[in-house]
Design a protein around this ligand. Structure first.
Ligand code: ZN
Length: 268
C-alpha cells in the first residue's frame, strides 16, 4: 500500500498538472460515471493530501476523494492519451496530460460534511503543517494495543504504513509488542520527530530509504533496493546492527518485521 510520502508526491504532481485548469473527467470503467459527469469540465482549485487520502477540490462544495488502498494506482502520461486499458475508474485530463486511476479503495464525490467525516477519522499527518506532535502523543498514549499495531492505526497517525512502522520502531529501538501507552511521552515525541524526518525524506527521494550508508553492504552510491531497510522484508537475514536474525509475524493485518536483539523485550 502506498504510504504517506507517495500520496504527498502524487498531490504535488497533480497540483502541477491539473490545478487552475479545466479538467476533463471520465470513468471509462463506468463505476464513477455519475461523479465524473458532475465534475467534468470544472476548474480544479487544489489538491490536498492527508495521510493516505487525496482530496481534489473542484469548488461549489464538490470534492473528489481518492484512497488508493492496497491495489490502487495512478498512471500518468502525455496527450494524446491512449484508449483506456483495463479497469480505469477515473481519467483526469487536460489538453497536455492525463492520469488514469485504477483499483482504488475509494473514489467518490464528497461535500464538505463528507470531507469532514473522513478527516475526523484521521490522526495528525507528519507531512502536514497542521500535524502536531502533541496530538500524536496524546492519541498514541491512549492506546493499550501493541505499539506496532497503534502505529498502523490511521486515527493515531495518518500516512504511516507497513514499511515506516517497521523501520521507525527499529530506529527507535522500541519493541513493537509493548502496549503503546507504556512508552511514555518522551518516546512518543521522539517517534513523531523520526516519522516526520523519514516521511519527508521519502517525499524527496520518491522511495523509502532508512539505512545509514555505514550499515549497507555497499557503502557508496545510492542505496540499492536490498540495502534500503533495516528490518522490512529482511526476515531471517542478519540484523545490520547486531547480527540477530530479523523476525516477522502478522500484526494489524500486515507482516511486521523486527530485530529481537535491537528492539528489546520483543521476543514475540
Ligand atoms: Zn539488531
Amino acid at each position: 500500500m502506498p504510504e504517506g510520502h507517495t500520496i504527498h508526491r502524487l498531490a504535488k504532481d497533480h497540483t502541477a498538472h491539473f490545478v487552475g485548469r479545466s479538467v476533463r473527467l471520465t470513468s471509462p470503467q463506468g463505476r464513477f460515471a455519475d461523479g465524473a459527469r458532475l465534475l467534468d469540465g470544472r476548474a480544479l482549485l487544489r489538491v490536498e493530501p492527508y495521510g493516505k487520502h487525496l482530496f481534489y477540490d473542484f469548488g461549489a462544495e464538490r470534492v473528489l476523494h481518492v484512497h488508493l488502498g492496497l491495489y490502487g494506482s495512478f498512471t500518468p502520461g502525455s496527450q494524446p492519451a491512449p484508449e483506456p486499458r483495463g479497469l480505469v475508474r477515473l481519467r483526469l485530463e487536460t489538453s497536455e496530460t492525463y492520469v488514469d486511476l485504477r483499483g482504488p479503495t475509494a473514489c467518490e464525490l464528497l461535500d464538505p460534511a463528507g470531507v469532514a467525516r473522513v478527516r475526523d477519522r484521521l490522526g495528525p499527518d507528519p507531512l502536514r503543517r497542521d500535524g502536531a506532535a502533541t496530538e500524536f502523543a496524546r492519541r498514541l498514549l491512549r492506546r493499550s494495543t501493541p505499539l506496532g499495531a497503534a502505529l498502523m492505526d490511521q486515527a493515531v497517525v495518518a500516512g504511516v504504513g507497513n514499511v515506516y512502522r517497521a523501520e521507525s520502531l527499529f530506529l527507535l529501538r522500541l519493541s513493537p509488542f509493548v502496549p503503546a501507552r507504556s512508552i511514555g511521552e518522551q518516546h512518543a515525541l521522539a517517534a513523531w520527530a523520526l516519522l516526520q524526518r523519514l516521511l519527508r525524506a521519502g517525499v524527496r527521494a520518491g522511495r523509502i530509504v532508512t539505512t545509514d550508508p555505514a550499515h549497507r553492504a555497499r557503502r557508496s552510491g545510492p542505496a540499492r533496493a536490498d540495502d534500503a531497510h533495516y528490518v522490512y522484508r529482511r526476515t531471517g537475514l542478519q540484523c545490520r546492527v547486531c547480527a540477530t536474525p530479523v523476525r516477522t509475524e502478522v500484526m494489524a493485518g500486515r507482516n511486521l518485521h523486527w530485530c529481537p536483539g535491537c528492539q528489546s523485550g520483543s521476543d514475540g
